[in-house]
Write a protein that binds this ligand. Structure first.
Ligand code: DUC
Ligand code: ZN
Ligand code: ZN
Length: 473
């Protein structure tokens, strides 16, 4: 097996940092060594097939983005990144595993939707990928099929309390699904917004002529996120289902998650970079139709109400456990522009899969989180949450050699065209400057990005079977 020796760097984990060299043998990490040490008299810096000089750089486990939607059908169109373009962009940004969502539409057999998603991803991915299962039609057959998911290497499923008539589940359906999830050892993931109430507000706003993207954020008020989060937690409490609340954006919803955790419940919260950096006023409220770039759900929140600062604090204190992207990009032309004159027709979603590691590292630079916490929220916790830890999320002997060499003295300017690789005609992050740079990325031992060059190949990424959540006892 070809060997790779990563030397001179500072290896950072969720619990500490140390100067160490890493020996990779084939697809896995063989050893972490004291700098300069030899193995049975062999100087690996001279004998390894590939030597990577990481002097002055951080060596961290590859990022795990546990919430992406490649080719997601939504709002009459399809997310513009497919598994090929989306995973390539992820690799560019230091993410070496995604967990995407197989989407069961209303009236479809759950098993068929999973088969479709396997077909879409197989042979296309640059990096490893797993699936969660979206249940868009909770009925007896779907519940029976849920029981088979662990055998398929899928240990989590997602319900929506939003989007009536599309993915929406009512409380009775949620209760039944959670009962099944609890007895099957599945993590219930929840999009927690009160969809029926949102639809009433949307109708009223449009009637009043309030059609701009900004009103997307007004219709999806924080009260409706807080209420749904509370309801989901209570139903989880009743059924004993572990609960993972996706894309938490409102500080009041954070408080619901934190209070459940304080009561010892298996409740977890995810946020996304957009809820840490962007706002209702500045982005959704941009002039004209520009705000459509940032129409996503849950929506961006008011900076005047300090949701963003609160979210950073929640990340630091572990009231919120991890950061994913909810990557679901749509182009302005031909997709987002379907909502000119009616914000409710703008497909929901923004693209960030390429920028998550950098954006969260900027939190380290700005003193909002520690270096170790950066690794924890972007890689180690996602691995443990979704049953990948040991193989992923850690640099240790036996783990997959998914490695990022990150230069804290480098710089990344995010913008259009050449500076991002997602299949979009704009960037939600244009103008962001990051005081750091993803230099080299290894995916299962293979260098896929190095010195500004993409060396990966579609089809190299494999489907990863997942164990149950590793936080549960
Ligand atoms: N939210 C989004 O912004 N996009 C896809 C689905 C979702 O819940
Ligand atoms: Zn969602
Ligand atoms: Zn999502």
């Amino acid at each position: 097996m070809p060997t790779t020796f990563i030397t001179g760097g500072t290896v950072v984990s969720a619990t500490g940092r140390t100067a160490a060299d890493i020996l990779v043998d084939g697809e896995r990490i063989a050893a972490l060594l004291e700098p300069g040490s030899t193995v049975l008299g062999t100087d690996l810096a001279r004998t390894a097939d590939t030597v990577i000089d990481a002097t002055g750089k951080y060596v961290v486990p590859g990022g795990i983005d546990a919430h992406t939607h490649m080719s997601m059908p939504f709002g009459g169109t399809t997310a513009s990144d497919d598994f090929e373009t989306g995973t390539r962009a992820a690799a560019w940004g230091g993410t070496t595993t995604i967990i995407d969502f197989a989407v069961q539409k209303f009236g479809e057999r759950l098993q068929d939707s999973l088969a479709t998603w396997h077909e879409m991803a197989a042979g296309q991915c640059a990096i490893d990928y797993g699936f969660h299962q979206i249940v868009g039609d909770v009925n007896d057959a779907s519940l029976q099929a849920l029981r088979g998911l662990p055998d398929e290497g899928i240990t989590s499923y997602k319900l929506f309390m939003a989007y009536p008539g599309v993915f929406y589940s009512d409380d009775a359906q949620i209760l039944r699904a959670m009962q099944t999830g609890a007895s099957t050892g599945l993590m219930t993931m929840m999009h927690a917004e009160n969809g029926p109430a949102i639809d009433v507000l949307v109708g009223q706003l449009l009637e009043q002529g309030k059609t701009d993207p900004y009103y997307h954020g007004i219709a999806r008020a924080w009260q409706l996120e807080e209420e749904a989060t509370h309801r989901a937690i209570m139903l989880a409490d009743l059924t004993g289902a572990p609960l993972y609340v996706v894309h938490v954006s409102a500080k009041q919803a954070v408080a619901q998650v934190a209070s459940a955790r304080d009561r010892g419940r298996n409740v977890f919260g995810e946020t996304c970079p957009q809820y840490l950096y962007l706002s209702l006023e500045e982005q959704l409220g941009a002039p004209g139709f520009e705000g459509a770039k940032w129409v996503c759900s849950t929506p961006l929140r008011s900076r005047a109400e300090h949701h963003q600062d609160h979210m950073w604090q929640a990340l630091r204190t572990n009231d919120i456990q991890m950061v994913a992207t909810d990557h679901c990009p749509f182009c302005m032309k031909g997709q987002k522009d379907m909502g000119v004159g009616d914000f409710s027709k703008i497909p929901n979603g923004i693209g960030s899969v390429e920028h998550r590691m950098d954006l969260m590292y900027q939190g380290v630079v700005e003193g909002r989180i520690s270096l170790e916490r950066w690794v924890e929220i972007t890689s180690t916790t996602p691995a443990r949450m979704f049953g990948l830890y040991g193989r992923k999320g850690v640099l240790a002997p036996g783990a997959d050699a998914d490695v990022v060499i990150y230069d804290p003295n480098g710089h990344t300017s995010i913008g259009l065209g050449k500076t991002h690789h997602m299949n979009m005609d704009h960037s939600a992050w244009e103008g962001f400057e990051i005081d750091g740079h993803v230099d080299t990325v290894l995916s299962r031992g293979k260098v896929v990005v190095d010195a500004g060059e993409y060396l990966g190949r579609k089809g190299d990424g494999r489907f990863v079977r997942r164990d149950p959540c590793q936080y549960l006892i």
